[in-house]
Design a protein around this ligand. Structure first.
Ligand code: DAT
Length: 194
């Protein structure tokens, strides 16, 4: 009888600039898996429904995207998916682990400014990080025992990946909900910029 192993999917989510692409690629490499960047996939396969010029963001065809992800992930033993809306595109039952990357909002501000994002887009993303939008959306669809929150601030990508590998390989305890940016003194000066 042919034995069927279900393809493994690890989601990496987080506000833009928290380090998803860097960490997902490194993690996929360490686990000999496939890296799948959802923004690139949506653009290369023409799954952009419209451009929201006001928010400088893309509206994607989620339904078709989900089907494509399913097909792509089925062709590999392990896929690391990089997307800031990752939890909308893969269901809880398909996911082994969801990693929510966090980054201190004042560092995120620097990162997004260096990218040349406009001030409204910086504000939107920094505020989303402060209130933890990506963690909330992960909690809406992914079970709590599959969520790992990692603060990438002041760590190297290698340090972040070894922390994640200690959970995946050595079953180190996962946690989330410990990040509270509002309790840091830096937040006051940052908010005054907006
Ligand atoms: P995202 O995909 O979330 O937009 P990115 O990986 O494209 O983020 O960019 C993150 C930038 O920050 C990249 O230039 C690498 C840098 N960086 C510094 N420390 C990092 C860390 N601990 N983890 C991930 N990226 C880090």
């Amino acid at each position: 009888m042919k034995s069927e192993t279900r393809p493994r999917i690890i989601l990496v989510t987080g506000t833009p600039g928290t380090g998803k692409t860097t960490i997902s690629k490194l993690l996929a490499e360490r686990l000999s898996g496939k890296y799948l960047g959802i923004s690139n996939l949506a653009e290369s396969e023409n799954l952009i429904l419209e451009k929201d010029n006001l928010r400088d963001t893309l509206i994607v065809d989620i339904k078709t995207l989900k089907k494509r992800i399913h097909i792509i992930a089925s062709s590999s033993q392990l896929t690391v998916i990089d997307s800031h809306f990752a939890t909308d595109i893969v269901s809880n039952s398909e996911v082994e682990l969801t990693i929510v990357l966090r980054r201190a909002p004042w560092l995120l501000y620097k990162e997004l400014s260096a990218r040349g994002y406009n001030s409204d887009k910086i504000k939107e993303n920094v505020e989303a990080e402060i209130i933890g939008v990506c963690l909330s959306s992960a909690l809406e669809s992914i079970s709590r025992d599959k969520i790992l929150e990692v603060d990438t601030s002041n760590k190297t990508p290698e340090e972040v990946v070894s922390l994640i590998l200690s959970v995946i390989i050595n079953h180190a305890a996962k946690s989330f909900g410990k990040v509270d940016w509002m309790s840091y003194p830096e937040i006051e000066a940052l908010l005054k910029r907006f």
